[in-house]
Design a protein around this ligand. Sequence first.
Ligand code: OFO
Length: 172
Amino acid sequence: MLSKNIESALNKQIRIEAESSQTYLSMACWAEVQGLEGIAQFMYTQSDEERAHMLKLVKYVNERGGHAQVTDLKAPKTTYSTFKEMFEELYNHELFVSQSINELVHITFEERDYASHNFLQWYVSEQIEEEATAKSILDKINLIGDDKGGLYLFDRDIQQLTVTSSIAINPK
Ligand code: OFO
């Protein structure tokens, strides 16, 4: 059974995961209308992953005697000056999410809710992976600079990352 405090902290995280999904969906739309197909696919997959993270929390809260809350969400921004700016925002957003997961883990520890503490370890590992992916993408973008040919190849190569993460979400 979840304490009220933990239930509310988990619900806060449900909202953050839902907002992350919307943010990446908006990034996918912007990239798609710019003709950046590979980047758009990557962002659509990221958006699906965030929704899956949200649903995992929803199920956990409901199964543990709480009530998962589906709320209104903060609207994400819809345009970006450059794709580099967009990936910087993705990276910063992941840092923010990691911090939020850390705080949540801390609360479960303080309340000695070891079941929730254990459940959240999956999110801790996931954030390590997502931060690393976002950081390595940013490093590549910095290497490309303003080179149009480099952008073309980057947009093509990032599709490979998308294939890898869809396999991770939908293992057959
Ligand atoms: Fe939900 O995994 Fe990153 O944000």
